[in-house]
Write a new protein. Sequence first.
Length: 246
Amino acid sequence: MDLAAARTALQAAHRVAVLTGAGVSAESGIPTFRDAQTGHWARFRPEDLASPAAYAADPELVWEWYAGRYRDVLAAQPNRAHTLLAELERQKGAGFFLATQNVDGLHARAGSGAQGGQLVELHGNLGLARDEVTGEVLPLPAPPQLTLPPQSPADHRMRPHIVWFGEFLPEDALAAAEQAFMQAELALVIGTSGVVYPAAGLASLTQQAGGRVIEINPDKTPLTPFASLSLRETASRGLELLLGPA
């Protein structure tokens, strides 16, 4: 499939499923998970902070790290890739599904999930916390009002609403993504390394059902040899090539 055929296929498709990773948010100045350790935090590996064991050992330390990431993503703005995906959702309506591995909330801030389609955050959201006792999920207050560790209205400690190492993806979110990719005529896989499962297996569901897969990534990934088209571009540039400038 060449670019012209890909554009035609995307325009004609009634069911489009999208998977996004860190490469989409990189253009908003948000470092990838493994590149995020700077300054005081450079002495830690992300794995040392993003796990149930780390939280059980030192919840205050873990919350301090997540509070810093929360402040950083609030200061960032959605980029061209985010807004183009929101526009694609507006065009496709209920036939559009976006699953993201990102936890920064930028897709929602750009309008995804509010244009007739569906947005699923597979790994959680830095702006949310979960009551450790009841499981209730609530938005965090603005950073100036955030006390650590935050307490729920029931006066229980809350944990970041993030999927940590050793934890499973939310069953309902993963099931919705699997169904959407199985039913998609065309899948877009944008800015993700293709090595973190089960999200990395979603594109194969589209292929197995006879749909086409288009990858946008500056680097080759394990998906590249199997994609109908791989664009070696940034997320925003690749989407502009597929959708055309606004």
